[in-house]
Design a protein around this ligand. Sequence first.
Ligand code: ZN
Length: 176
Amino acid sequence: MVNPSPLTIVRYPDPVLSQRAAPIEDIDQEVRDLASNMVQLMYEADGVGLAAPQVGVSKRLFVADTRQSESPEPMVFINPEITTEGEQDVAEEGCLSIPEIRLMVPRPIRAKIRAQDLDGEWFEMETDEFPARVWQHEFDHLEGRLIVDRMTPRERLVHRKTLKTLREAYEIERMD
Ligand code: ZN
């Protein structure tokens, strides 16, 4: 039996989700433990990606498994830099930090990423479609950007009440 991940997912509108995360200077055991606990939590939550701010850690790291295969193949991206190209593609996205809302989000179809691995080695990858979307979504978290920050005025109206309820619930929780 594996113990449940010691981390929990931070929900909207926790301010840590709106902060720009800090670069990771030393890829030490603490960072490696964080990454491994995040991978475990991502699978527990049935997600395809998870960024450090989503577990309350404002550092530039995210994990993803976009292959959706039977056997887990998690990837860890530390201090990632992303460049995108191609036309915009619109697809539905959810977020583990705002499970109440799903939105149609336009994003460039191709993405190139440069990041450090758990040994501190830089690597580069290129992808398109679904994995490219996941990378961009997770990278947004490191910039303090959420899918709700990308809403159209119409979506803002549609989800107004839900977001208000979430903000109120957060305030009440903080007062306890
Ligand atoms: Zn998210």
